[in-house]
Ligand binder design. Structure first.
Ligand code: BG6
Length: 512
């Protein structure tokens, strides 16, 4: 294959071949995430030859499932959800090392059985393995799982060569500052920070890693990356889907907790942080935390820095869809937002005075996530047509998904005898240059945790810094109930109050 057609990150992945013998234990093994993401991720790592030679997969859940049935469920999950078809060559090798342990999450004796099961695998193998616990359960059982991993001695297991037992924790990581602090305290009573991998699957996306590379490997960006040249930044994470069958979860969460506090803030942190001294996990996370701490507290109330809304009935892909309040499992008077928009101010030398706008919502016009950097307007004197100022601002946009890539809007001359200007778009598309079969976020994240690279995971202080910013707003919204809740038709770009938030600074949302 020609060098340019090879997947760009495969070069960097050679370091991953050093993963030691590992057993991955999935708590919540019969859950949705396990079938949709985790099993396919393990399988695709197997296809790419990136699993250690001695690799074991153990499912753990409350339901009693015989080993054979768990293997069948896993194979079915691969058939349905994997980006590559099930190849028996690869799967049979993984399946031969796949088993299941049934037990409660608050049942110490079941964790002792799990420990005995792992000891048994090691005995048959004739050597010790590192353990990676993946907690993919509802958050109500995070604490008992962590405590029982401690009590059964599993958390303290050490393979040598710095491979301590590791734990991956799925979202949601708390629901406000107090609960995140409490969860961090439970984690730290059992595991040291370097053993902990808090998931934000957006960090596993190719394009999010690409953002770091594009920002810091191109000399043209850094000199312009500040308040002298940048007018505003817009981060959009829009989804076309509604809440579907997840009403029960979503009613307790809402858009701010589900998307903004975590995924959108990660995009913001990587866009706005200072260049790290190196690309190791701590250097990058130090810069992200510094950035999060520099964000000013949000102004609350009707004239504040936030807008929230629920989708009303509308059209998606030409089909009529119900409003949020009509969805299954949603309270008739629900005060849960399905859309949120924010205006953030970062109080540091680089960004003082540059508004950062964030928005996310369900049932929007199109699924699109992008980061748009709007540069300052060029002086128009040379190209003004009458009194109409017709130059576009330059916008650099990172398309996170779908249609992943990078574009730049530039003004150019329309060919002809008059001097007329027109904005044009320069486009780079990952799929065109590198092909479209990129690894899924979870593949990268499971692999990184196996080798002990925490760069793409959230550190405890990061979660707390983000919750600290949003907790007062969540409390104000909870107190206001439905007062101040706007609506937007399903299939639109959001509510009027979100446009009004930008209009205060004479800005408008960009059409992604
Ligand atoms: C999850 C949210 O974290 O991210 C979901 O809980 C959301 O509500 C999903 O749909 C979006 O992820 P992606 O990768 O499809 O953009």
């Amino acid at each position: 294959m020609a060098e340019t057609q090879r997947h760009p990150f495969l070069h960097g992945l050679s370091k991953h071949r050093g993963a030691p013998p590992t057993v991955v234990v999935i708590f919540g093994a019969s859950g949705d995430l396990t079938a949709r993401k985790l099993i396919p991720a393990v399988y695709n790592l197997g296809v790419d030859g990136l699993l250690p030679a001695d690799f074991f997969l153990v499912g753990y859940g409350r339901k009693a499932i015989p080993d054979e049935e768990f293997r069948t469920l896993a194979a079915d999950a691969i058939k349905e959800f994997s980006r590559r078809e099930l190849s028996h060559d690869v799967w049979d090798r993984i399946a031969a090392h796949t088993s299941y342990v049934a037990g409660g999450y608050d049942e110490k004796a079941a964790f002792d059985r799990l420990a005995a099961h792992i000891a048994d695998l090691e005995k048959k193998l004739g050597r010790e393995v590192q353990t990676l616990f993946y907690i993919s359960t509802p958050p109500s059982v995070f604490a008992p799982i962590l405590q029982n991993l401690g009590a059964s001695g599993l958390a303290g297991k050490y393979l040598g060569q710095a491979h301590h037992a590791k734990v991956i924790i799925e979202k949601p990581f708390g629901k406000d500052l107090a609960s995140a602090v409490a969860l961090n305290a439970t984690i730290r009573s059992v595991f040291a920070e370097h053993q902990v991998y808090r998931i934000d699957h957006y960090l596993g996306k190719e394009t999010v890693q690409g953002l770091l590379v594009q920002r810091f490997s191109n000399a043209i960006f850094e000199p312009l990356w500040n308040r002298n040249f940048i007018d505003s930044v817009q981060i959009t994470v829009a989804e076309e889907v509604g809440v579907g069958t997840r009403g029960g979860y979503y009613e307790q969460s809402g858009c701010l907790r589900d998307m903004i506090q975590n995924h959108t803030m990660q995009l913001l942190a990587l866009t706005a942080m200072e260049p790290p001294v190196s690309l190791d996990a701590e250097s990058i996370r130090d810069e992200k935390v510094k950035l999060l701490r520099a964000i000013q507290p949000l102004a609350l109330g009707p004239d504040g820095d936030a807008a929230r809304a629920q989708y009303a009935a509308g059209m998606i892909d030409g089909k009529a869809v119900p409003g949020y309040l009509q969805e299954e499992g949603i309270a008739k008077e629900s005060a849960t937002e399905t859309y949120a928009a924010l205006r953030l101010s970062i109080n540091n030398w680089r960004w003082q005075g540059v508004p950062f706008y964030l928005r996310s919502g369900k049932r929007m016009a199109r699924r699109v996530s992008e980061i748009a950097i709007n540069f300052k307007r060029p002086p128009g004197a040379l190209f003004a047509e009458g009194d109409r100022f017709n130059l576009a601002t330059n916008t650099l946009s990172f398309q996170i998904q779908p249609d992943e890539g990078l574009s730049m809007i530039l003004n150019t001359k329309v060919p002809g005898l008059e001097t007329r200007t027109q904005p044009v778009k320069m486009n780079f598309r990952y799929a065109t240059t590198f092909g479209s079969n990129t690894p899924e976020a979870y593949e990268r994240l499971v692999l990184d945790a196996m080798v002990g690279d925490g760069t793409l995971f959230i550190r405890g202080d990061e979660t707390e810094a983000s919750w600290k910013l949003y907790t007062p707003l969540l409390e104000a919204w909870a107190k206001a109930g439905r007062d101040g809740m706007d609506t937007y038709p399903a299939g639109s770009w959001g509510p009027p109050s979100s446009d009004a938030l930008l209009a205060k600074n004479n800005h408008v949302w960009r059409q992604p």
